[in-house]
Design a protein around this ligand. Sequence first.
Ligand code: C5P
Length: 305
Amino acid sequence: MRPASVTVRAPGKVNLHLGVGALNDDGYHDVHNVLQAVSIYDELTAGAPAEPGAITMSLAGEGADTLPIDAGNLVIRAAQLIATKAGVQDGVHVAVRKSIPVMAGMAGGSADGAGALVACDAFWGTGLSRHALEALAAELGSDVPFALTGGTALGTGRGERLTPILSRGSYSWVFALDDSGLSTPAVYAELDRYRAELPRPALSSTDALLTALGQGDPVALGRALANDLQIPALRLRPKLSRVLAAGRELGALGAVVSGSGPTCAFLARDPSEAVELASALAGEGVCRTVISASGPVPGVRISQP
Ligand code: C5P
């Protein structure tokens, strides 16, 4: 029997190393993207639609009023993809409660796309294989497969080809959020602009980072954090350099713009230092708000009823 509704939660992420290579003809860059899923979750509930056959969604929570609820949202596209693939005509309504900040470089949109795939598959009982869900996730966006899988992984190609990474221990993060978002394509475009004069870029090595993760060494991990999108994000949002400097001065083991920004991520030695860092950073008044989280955490999971 079909469940009345299915609720899942989908994690955000932080990029530990985002190396960006050449721009390809398809408009995407080659990347070496080491991602860690963190304990900030959007919650999605798939249930019956108001009108039979309709695919609809609603949004609540952090930044909800700034997002589309049509096919401009990955939730709707994910549901449509599954319906087409599995020949489902019943429709669904997906209610999303957002906690992952919007357009913040923490892959909230990708998390919602991945969450909608799992929620709709379970609600409709389509029983798609993990492999089939991963293929649909890659169609939706470069970071969507990672949101399904979670943990710590290296994404290559445009980011969608994932290899799990051995990571020991749990890491304590503090995130400084800005007032408004940054568009991922705009940040990549700014990278292309400032690199126009440079020779073809080479992808930087992830060796130091992978060693730090394998050893569970937060000090070495803090030193190895790297992001090729940081310079273009700072060019578009210069005040972020003050945020990064404030976190470093307050003793963060590492400070980096998360993905395409504008969120800045700070690594703390342990959960209690993260609490101290978060409150000190909030006191500096350099950002809208500060949140703490830990990683790695698993990818999309169905919540227990
Ligand atoms: O795959 P996704 O739709 O999330 O990508 C959003 C945008 O980010 C792309 O349209 C592209 O401008 C940029 N992008 C890129 N290279 C990548 C991933 C994303 O240029 N590897």
